[in-house]
Design a protein around this ligand. Structure first.
Ligand SMILES: Nc1nc2c(ncn2[C@@H]2O[C@H](COP(=O)(O)OP(=O)(O)OP(=O)(O)O)[C@@H](O)[C@H]2O)c(=O)[nH]1
Ligand SMILES: [Mg+2]
Length: 193
């Protein structure tokens, strides 16, 4: 994918803040600090378009980015960050849930897992939720640069056991760019609808 332009559009908490224009959107979802923002930067070949952070739970709104004036990437706030208050967790839930349930422009979701960790309950819940609502998605295991080749294939098998053939699975690293072409290919399929 040739990226000609990639610009921050807007941040929104509620539906009236979502961008208008009807362009198709791809949302990035995953646990807090899993590497969502880094993945978007890597895909777009931009170092700092999306703010990344060592402190989990920094992305607290839906962040919309316009790509090539053709489609939109949505960086969703991460889930499962223990240090935020119950109220904040609930507001996360309703913020993301409202988006996923109502957004007509949503072409699909990139569900991001940390390649070093097993599926957590929150990850399973998200995948079940998406399947249940017939929202298309793919799964990307990120940070594979931290694993040996054999650990990567072990992890892949583990995820596939749960995922089956319900969605594509891609092993990825924002640091090395591994899996980037494959991920773009899968995203293009979602954009094409
Ligand atoms: N080794 C390695 N580190 C990564 C990779 N992707 C992200 N990180 C690191 O993981 C941390 C979190 O990355 P972010 O991209 O900010 O994660 P996020 O999911 O957007 O986090 P929140 O917005 O806080 O939920 C940062 O310190 C990144 O440098 C990767 O592919 N490999
Ligand atoms: Mg982020």
């Amino acid at each position: 994918m040739k990226i000609v332009t990639a610009d921050f559009l807007t941040a929104a908490e509620r539906q009236d803040g979502y961008p208008r224009g009807g362009l198709r959107e791809i949302a990035f979802a995953g646990r807090s600090n899993v590497g969502k923002s880094s993945m978007i930067n890597s895909l777009l070949g931009r170092k700092n378009l999306v703010r990344t952070s060592k402190t989990p739970g920094r992305t607290r709104k839906l962040n919309f980015f316009l790509i090539n004036a053709q489609f939109i990437f949505v960086d969703l706030p991460g889930y499962g960050y223990a240090a935020v208050s119950q109220t904040e967790r609930e507001s996360w839930g309703s913020m993301v849930q409202t988006y996923l349930e109502s957004r007509k422009e949503l072409g699909g979701v990139v569900v991001i897992l940390d390649a070093r960790h097993a599926f957590m309950e929150s990850d399973r819940n998200l995948i079940e939720y998406l399947s249940h609502r017939s929202i298309r998605f793919l799964v990307a295991c990120t940070k594979v640069d931290k694993l040996t080749k054999s650990k990567i294939s072990l992890q892949k098998r583990m995820v596939l056991e749960i995922l089956g053939d319900s969605a594509p699975l891609i092993m990825f690293s924002a640091h090395t760019g591994e899996g980037k072409n494959e991920l773009w290919k899968a995203i293009r399929t979602l954009i094409a609808g």
